[in-house]
Ligand binder design. Structure first.
Ligand code: NI
Length: 142
């Protein structure tokens, strides 16, 4: 019988501010491109972050212990972004335009090595920027 593959997901929330602005472009072009998200003093979001680990179900019955996944997010990741200004306060986002896409990629890079330490495989980062808008990152293209 083929192994049963299951995806498990932990969801956490954080609040942060950001500004979408490309310093290589004119102020006018930035306003056209990013609209109200280009507001000079930034604006905030209540983000929801979902990390999904995918794998075969072993004898333990757990793809990965969800408590371990929760701890990775709460102890290693959220303190770096919660109640921070993503443009200014977060070392791993320096020089990155903090769109949801780019933040999801950066969060993957923070979380994936931690998940790998447990011998597990991160499958997806889903980042909600608002209730109805989210992005998915499935890792680097192979
Ligand atoms: Ni925004």
């Amino acid at each position: 019988m083929p192994p049963s593959v299951v995806e498990i997901t932990r969801r956490e929330e954080f609040s942060a501010s950001h500004r979408l602005h490309d310093p290589a472009l004119s102020d006018e072009r930035n306003r056209e491109l990013y609209g109200i998200c280009n507001n000079p003093n930034g604006h905030g979001h209540n983000y929801e972050l979902e990390a999904t680990v995918r794998g075969a179900v072993p004898a333990t019955g757990m793809v990965m212990n969800l408590t371990d996944l929760m701890r990775i997010l709460r102890e290693r990741v959220l303190p770096q972004v919660d109640h921070k200004h993503l443009n200014h306060d977060v070392p791993f986002l320096q020089g990155v335009i903090p769109t949801a896409e780019n933040v999801a990629i950066a969060l993957w890079e923070q979380i994936e090595p931690q998940v790998r330490r447990y011998g597990c495989r991160l499958h997806r980062i889903r980042l909600f920027e608002s209730r109805n808008s989210y992005v998915d990152y499935l890792g680097p293209a192979e």
